[in-house]
Design a protein around this ligand. Sequence first.
Ligand code: FES
Length: 178
Amino acid sequence: MTWAAKPSGTRPIETRSEPWVTSAMKDRWTANLLPKYETTHGALMPVLHDFQHEVGWIPLQAMSEIAAFLDIPPGEVLDTATFYEEYHTHPVGEHIIGICQSIACEACGHQAILDHLRDRLDIEPHETTADGRFTLMALECLGACDTAPCCLVNDDRHDNLTIERLDEIIDTLPDKQS
Ligand code: FES
């Protein structure tokens, strides 16, 4: 058996002429984040969070720009952004619905909830609906095993979840485009 290597070194990076990392972001990171860490490397995760909070996801070009800002290798930014589920390396929907799939939630019926969402949204985990409204995620433990099953809808965690409750939550999500 042989391992197929990913062509990361030769993969073309989609770029645009306008930088993703703005002067305002750099000023904010310099003032608010860098002073909290002994090295610029230490600020990588909060910088990624801040960028994603503003843009919604983290393109490869932005990772390269963040690496230049922090003076660290681009590969370290890529490794971090692709290791943690909380970072999105592709555009996501207006609302992100993450169903916990770790052991407590699995034992308390997460599969039925996930299957219901698959049917309702007509997508698989890590996909976005055609109208761009929802992204479905399957997440690891949300730290609320005693109230499993749980989900994360955008930034809010919901415990003791049922299909009916989740439907109610989804039905009342605002349309961000209006
Ligand atoms: S297993 Fe789902 S919150 Fe811990």
